[in-house]
Design a protein around this ligand. Structure first.
Ligand code: SF4
Ligand code: SF4
Length: 374
């Protein structure tokens, strides 16, 4: 492992350099009592000295007893909000004297520099790459944003009880898909980052910033910090035989039990960094002067999403939750060659009734005598 030592004050220089390269900096920020991805103009916009506590249906912010810049686990949003925006205008038409005109030129896609991206989120981006780019029909909105993006990832130095990335091989250590990677280290006397590069873009960037090499002891401290995070992760989602288990459980009565708790609110799909479903609305202004086609996120939990002439094919919470979980953990494998889950735990924290995908799966496993504890 090779790396550089970056002082907290040096992070401002990184921000300035990104801005000079016309990147719009998107990173963690305190907003509405949560840490969300938002536009940052300076390092002070980061949620310095804050951490999060999470559990099923539970998310609270707390003050830390230090000034860590990335001392929280995960907020409700992922970078999906920027690469695959929740609402996007596909085209607009304006009334003219002799009909309607549709402007041919699209606004160029923003150049985002994402700060603080975690290992599970990077893996979610790699999954969305398959969904949006790995076919004959690429999504131009995602493609342009993805192509332009600069990613400054951060290794997790603490885990929440909702995290289960280590079961899926998607964290907590950042392995690939980044330009720069930071590990934040704080002890009684020092606060610094170990910075690694993961792409040519990242290497060029670091050369210009001119940083000292990290010492062996600093590199080891960074590795130990991430190992300690991995040891903190207690939640598990065993993946062996998961597809066959779910396909064989299609008529299982436990789906009815989940449906008694599930509100079909769709929160789990909104916060999930891999869910990608959308719908399209045509909107006309009241004056009739403009018309617009808007794409927006949708969810397998809405009745309209599976509406086919005559009615919805998933009329119950039972059928919707079963569709969601079976897609994430089973049919996604047939469709895209991987699971559709990276173990970030957001769907657990942000489910208003605390439904936990790992606990629900365990019920199916136990009944088939496949539990790890058996
Ligand atoms: S299904 Fe839940 S844990 Fe898995 S990636 Fe989506 S939000 Fe994260
Ligand atoms: S599982 Fe939870 S978050 Fe998802 S739709 Fe049901 S109640 Fe909402």
């Amino acid at each position: 492992m090779q790396g550089y030592r970056l002082e907290p004050s040096g992070l401002e220089q990184v921000f300035e350099k990104l801005k000079s390269q016309s990147y719009e900096i998107i990173g963690p920020k305190l907003k509405d009592d949560a840490i969300v991805y938002d536009r940052l103009t300076r390092v002070k916009d980061l949620p310095i000295g804050l951490t999060d506590e999470q559990g099923p249906g539970y998310y609270r912010l707390k003050k830390r007893n230090d000034d860590a810049y990335f001392g929280y686990v995960l907020g409700p949003q992922s970078v999906k909000h920027y690469l695959h925006p929740p609402v996007f205008s596909l085209w607009q038409a304006k009334r003219t004297e002799d009909g309607f005109a549709i402007p041919k030129e699209r606004e160029s896609a923003p150049r985002y520099a994402f700060i603080g991206v975690r290992a599970c989120e990077l893996n979610a981006i790699l999954i969305q790459d398959k969904v949006f780019l790995d076919s004959d029909y690429q999504d131009p909105v995602y493609l342009e944003r993805r192509k332009n993006a600069f990613i400054l990832a951060v290794n997790c130095t603490q885990a929440a009880p909702t995290c289960f990335c280590s079961s899926l091989g998607t964290g907590p250590k950042v392995e690939a898909g980044f330009d720069l990677l930071l590990t934040e280290l704080i002890n009684e006397t020092e606060h610094y980052f170990v910075l690694e590069t993961g792409s040519e873009k990242g290497q060029v960037f670091v050369k210009d910033v001119n940083l000292p090499a990290a010492s062996e002891a600093e590199l080891e401290a960074a590795q130990n910090r991430v190992k300690a995070t991995e040891e903190q992760i207690s939640k598990k989602l065993p993946t062996e035989g998961i597809k066959d288990l779910l396909y064989a459980s299609y008529e299982h009565p436990h789906w009815d039990e989940i449906a008694e708790r599930c509100l079909s609110c769709g929160n789990c799909t909104m916060v999930c960094p891999t869910c990608f479903c959308t719908t399209v609305d045509d909107v006309t202004s009241l004056t009739g002067d403009t018309a617009e086609r808007v794409r927006r996120w949708d969810s397998c939990f809405t009745s309209d999403f599976s509406y086919i002439h005559g009615g919805s094919v998933r009329p119950s919470s039972k059928s919707r939750y079963r569709q969601w979980m079976t897609h994430k953990l089973a049919s996604w494998q047939d469709q895209f060659g991987s699971l559709g889950c990276v173990g970030c735990g957001r769907c657990i924290s942000w489910c208003p009734v605390g439904i936990d995908i790992t606990a629900e799966l365990e019920v199916f496993r136990q009944e088939r005598g496949q539990s790890e504890s058996n």
